[in-house]
Design a protein around this ligand. Structure first.
Ligand code: NAD
Length: 469
């Protein structure tokens, strides 16, 4: 295991890149530190008894507002972890050009040990605590789902905020990842996993980089292991499978399964749902120590559960050629150096799992503009395209069938625009980071290059503000 805490790991990675940027020390320190750390303890009545709940909200950077970042429910949540996650959010937003500062929240509970009523009371109280300190609001700080939370918790938060701020015209933008029926956006649920897929696909598409790893270009046929079958892991695995990769291993907290010939993601998901465990899936080998899944043979390893799972103790046993960090901080700073020396390509979390915050940004824009994406232009584009097809048919004398016409004329729905915006973001950002890596000899891996890109963007904001003349 690692002796370095999660936050120390992030700081170590930051420092490596910071030295390369050449910015003044004071400016780098301002970018690095957490601007505010709020630790709270509040009472909630659970099954008739008072219970003290411990929680945090960390706003890492106020250089752009609102701040943005998910809320985690886990019994291991602590201040160091929330600070690390909030820091990563700042760099992530900068990399994908989402105009927010980073933040993160955490409540130290095991959500599996509480009924829905209790979870609702804890969530609403947490939202109220944040709201009364001006730490929740569409222009202040906008949470989202993370480990252990989802659309349901976000709908409780928005409802609490609206109750405390009646008449707030932009109030629905106080949180993202809401159900589509509660001012959410189509495509947010699967956004992080889809972003992971787009990012890894882009990396695999560069033939020169794949040749250096001894791999062929493209995702098709590549063997993939996914750790964690929650929101991010499930959708990553599903998009990889649909994109032609072969899922050979899946790990969950109760154990892991491996089959070199491939696993069907939905079938495994349903097997786990009906039997209560991922183990004993037909045709697959059981691994009772769940971490062993990380060390099985594959081309691409996707840790999508929690931080620090690849550390000094197991990094040398990794057989994958590419690690796609779907989770936040799955590789410790020490392990990162070992993997680098082994020639393994690590696609860093602060870029690869940015699909969630990218689509959260689209949701926030939708909430502020009070109109669904595609509502104004869909029919217009459809009618223009129909006229174009009719004109071409008249000029050429050829007729298209109904399916062909439909494919060409269809105007964009919200989901089409969200996915196209996400794909564009992941592709552009990957090449910005890769370009930094290729053009800057001081960068020796994608993570350092990503940090350099992020630090330079944040520094230019501070410099433009005139705080550091
Ligand atoms: P989730 O709660 O939906 O799923 C996490 C899954 O991991 C659960 O099914 C859990 O049982 C499993 N798990 C826990 N410990 C494990 C272990 N030791 N081995 C294997 N599986 C284990 O959470 P999520 O939203 O998918 O988040 C996963 C990671 O992705 C976190 O690091 C989170 O910070 C990061 N992330 C999430 C989002 C998002 O939009 N939800 C965005 C960016 C990053």
């Amino acid at each position: 295991m690692s002796n370095t805490s999660f936050f120390e790991s992030v700081e170590k990675n930051f420092e490596k890149a910071a030295q390369i940027t050449g910015h003044p020390r004071g400016l780098l320190d301002q970018i690095r530190v957490c601007n505010s750390v709020y630790h709270m303890k509040f009472p909630v009545k659970i099954d008739g008894e008072f219970q003290v709940i411990e929680a945090w909200r960390v706003q890492h950077s106020h250089h752009r507002l609102p701040t943005k970042g998910g809320i985690r429910y886990d019994s291991m949540v602590n201040e160091d972890e929330v600070m690390a996650l909030a820091s990563l959010m700042t760099y992530k937003c900068a990399i994908v050009d989402v105009p927010f500062g980073g933040a993160k929240g955490g409540i130290k509970i095991n959500p599996k040990q509480f009924g829905v009523d209790s979870l609702e009371r804890i969530t609403r109280r947490y939202a109220a605590e944040l709201s009364k300190r001006n730490m929740l609001g569409p222009g202040l700080d906008v949470p989202a789902p993370d480990y252990g939370t989802g659309e349901r918790e976000m709908s409780w938060i928005v409802d609490t905020y609206m109750a405390l701020n009646p008449g707030s015209v932009d109030g629905y933008g106080c949180v993202t990842g809401k159900p589509v029926t509660q001012h959410g956006i189509n495509g947010r649920r699967e956004a992080t996993g889809l972003g992971v897929f787009y990012g890894v696909r882009e990396a695999c598409g560069v033939a020169e980089d794949m040749a250096a790893l001894g791999l062929s270009a493209g995702l098709a046929g590549k063997k993939v292991i996914v750790q964690g079958l929650g929101n991010v892991g499930y959708y990553s695995a599903k998009f990889f499978q649909d994109g032609g990769a072969i899922i050979v291993g899946i790990g969950e907290y109760e154990g892991a399964i491996y089959n070199a010939n491939g696993l069907d993601v939905d079938d495994v998901f349903n097997h786990r749902k009906s039997t209560g465990s991922i183990l004993n899936y037909p045709g697959a080998t059981n691994l009772n120590v769940t971490a062993e899944i990380l060390e099985q043979p594959c081309d691409i390893l996707i840790p999508a559960a929690l931080e620090n799972v690849i550390h000094e103790g197991n990094a040398r046993n990794i057989k994958a050629k590419i690690i796609g960090e779907a989770a936040n901080g799955p590789v410790t700073a020490e392990a990162d150096e070992i993997l680098n020396a082994m020639g393994i390509m690590v696609i860093p979390d602060m870029y690869l799992n940015a699909g969630g915050v990218t689509v959260s940004y689209f949701e926030w824009l939708k909430n502020l503009s009070h109109v669904r994406f595609g509502r104004l232009n869909k029919r217009f584009e459809q009618n223009s395209n129909t006229r174009l097809v009719e004109t071409l048919e008249e000029l050429t004398g050829k007729k298209l069938n109904a399916d062909e016409i439909q494919r060409i004329v269809k105007g964009p729905d919200e989901i089409d625009l969200v996915r196209s915006g996400l794909e564009e973001t992941m592709i552009n950002s990957y090449h910005t980071i890769r370009q930094q890596l290729k053009s800057n000899p001081a960068c020796n891996n994608l993570r350092t290059a990503a940090f350099v890109v992020a630090i330079n963007k944040i520094a230019s904001d501070y410099l433009a503000m005139g705080i550091f003349p």
